[in-house]
Design a protein around this ligand. Structure first.
Ligand SMILES: *Cc1c(COP(=O)(O)O)cnc(C)c1O
Length: 394
């Protein structure tokens, strides 16, 4: 190998600063599928940090659907949806999702990050502002930046604070919230926010990455929990990388919005369509979510959540107001969060410490996530280990 040229000083000092603050991030390689019992460096761990909430990422039916679709349609999208990359499996998936959620149209995107960039950059702009929750996902913030739209953020989950910002704006724009907040696990006051948007003639958009598949009737997510529909929630983004267990994302909306996004959402237009095989696997995942097995998986997950909260209640930590699969334990200090995560690892429990800038400074946490693929014994191991480690630390 040739010698590497010296890296710029600004880069080295930024890295050094991250290290000093215990904020350095690195990838860890899993030598197993996305299942609770993982292997890292030939060491076995039970993982509690995956977003595979229903345990579908390694489900035989999805694997078979991917294989069968690949046999018939290949693995590559080949071009963008608008050139010649929109294949039958994509169309079938779009129609099935639209039918399931009760929307006129669904458009697929390659990732949730790109769906949010695409939708927001097309709908917002210099003269169409964005108002969003302070704890919204990074991709929703970045969408507003890409749109070059005026951006205001309201206090987390606070409808009065949102209203103030809407009233203060002289022109209407786009009101956006996560459905389930990804780092906290709580659910946004969607019915109230929808009412607010309608009252002030703002567009309303929800990113339900963590609710879809898990919550509501048939796993329809926050939409169903809050009693909203295509009229009261005109722009719904969902992702496939979480409960669906595959990859990609979609926006469910009306004909007019979809036609508009098809012309103006650059992250839709200038990128290769998702793999048709992935679309096939995702359709199988949707059928699973709608089926009795999907319902059983949601019920098992709900039981795990109840058990976990009962056990942790007695420990010297504060539980967040969350009824979802995301059950964070706030530690505060980044160094302490890393230490606790390491101590859990020694007991065979793997849960990554989440630190700033992903979460606000001083709120480093263990983002514990539960899955239908965990067994009762896994839950017992988790709670016993937490009891042991947290009592020793606090
Ligand atoms: C994970 C996530 C995304 C990004 O989705 P990807 O498909 O992983 O790019 C967007 N929004 C929220 C709220 C998320 O949690």
């Amino acid at each position: 190998m040739k010698p590497v040229p010296k890296s710029p000083n600004w880069m080295l000092s930024a890295l050094e600063e991250r290290k000093q603050q215990d904020l350095m991030r690195q990838t860890v390689t899993l030598d197993s599928p996305q299942i609770p019992h993982t292997n890292i460096n030939a060491q076995g761990y039970t993982a509690f940090c995956s977003n595979d909430y229903l345990g579908l990422a390694n489900h035989p039916k999805l694997i078979k659907a991917m294989h069968d679709t690949a046999q018939q349609y290949g693995v590559g999208g080949g071009s963008s949806h608008l050139v010649c990359g929109h294949l039958s499996p994509h169309q079938q998936l779009e129609e099935a999702l639209a039918d399931w959620l009760g929307y006129e149209r669904v458009m697929l995107f390659s990732t949730g990050y790109m769906a949010n960039l695409g939708v927001i950059s097309a709908l917002a702009g210099k003269h169409r502002p964005v108002v969003q929750d302070k704890l919204n996902h990074a991709s929703l913030i970045d969408g507003a930046l890409l749109a070059q739209a005026p951006l205001r953020r309201y206090l987390h989950g606070n409808v009065q604070s949102a209203e103030k910002l809407l009233v203060r704006s002289t022109i209407p724009g786009l009101l956006i919230t996560d459905g389930v907040f990804s780092m906290d696990g709580d659910v946004a006051p969607l019915a109230e926010l929808s009412k607010l948007a309608i009252e002030h003639d703002w567009m309303f958009m929800v990113d339900d990455a963590h609710g879809l598949g898990c919550l509501g009737e048939e796993g329809k997510g926050c939409l169903s929990l809050a009693g909203l529909d295509a009229a009261t929630l005109p722009i719904l983004v969902g992702t496939f990388g979480k409960a669906f267990g595959t990859a990609g994302a979609f926006v469910a909306t009306s004909h007019d919005y979809a036609d508009y996004l098809t012309q103006f959402a650059r992250p839709y237009i200038y990128t290769t369509a998702m793999s048709p095989a992935m679309a096939g696997a995702t359709l199988a995942s949707l059928r699973m979510i709608q089926s009795a097995e999907g319902q059983e998986r949601r019920e098992r997950l709900a039981q795990h959540i109840v058990y976990f909260r009962q056990r942790i209640q007695s420990l010297p930590v504060t539980l967040m107001e969350s009824d979802t699969a995301i059950q964070p334990i706030i530690v505060g200090d980044s160094k302490a969060a890393l230490r606790i995560s390491e101590q859990l690892k020694l007991l065979g429990v793997w849960c990554t410490a989440i630190r700033p800038p992903t979460v606000p400074i001083g709120s480093s946490r263990l983002r514990i996530t539960l899955s239908a693929s965990h067994s009762k014994a896994d839950l017992v191991l988790l709670c016993d280990s937490l009891e042991h480690v947290l009592t020793a630390n606090f």
